[in-house]
Design a protein around this ligand. Structure first.
Ligand SMILES: [Zn+2]
Length: 128
């Protein structure tokens, strides 16, 4: 049975594709409902979210979105990536600068922005 068992890279690709086509919004979710599924299709993988699966409900500007927990997390990762990529001055993660030899060490402005920005996703991911 596909859906929650669909490989993570496939789900991530689906999320990316749906964002690109406008099917899914780029949204940083701060408020969501969770419960057991009622048979509605997931907005990322299109598989039904059945009563044995956790469903995440997100109120988007024009509609209500439903996700498997894994699909939700991957969609949010893609959103975070896109929001950061389009940000005016994306904060730098000091751990991510290893491959960036051009970074000026005298630029200390990133210090206060070093906290992880998607930290809240951590617990959800450990539960997958
Ligand atoms: Zn799904």
């Amino acid at each position: 049975m596909p859906g929650p068992s669909t490989p993570e890279p496939v789900i991530r690709l689906l999320a990316r594709k749906r964002i690109a086509t406008g099917t899914l919004p780029v949204l940083r979710v701060s408020d969501l409902d969770a419960g057991y599924g009622g048979g509605d299709p997931c907005c990322v993988c299109d598989e039904q979210i059945n009563a044995l699966q956790v469903q995440y409900d997100v109120q988007a500007p024009h509609r209500r979105l439903r996700f498997h927990i894994k699909c939700f997390a991957l969609w949010q990762l893609e959103c975070a990536r896109l929001i950061e990529a389009s940000g005016a001055s994306p904060p730098r993660d000091p751990r991510a600068t290893d491959d960036d030899g051009s970074m000026d060490p005298s630029n200390g402005s990133g210090g206060s922005l070093a906290r992880p920005r998607v930290n809240w996703l951590g617990p959800a991911f450990r539960a997958l």
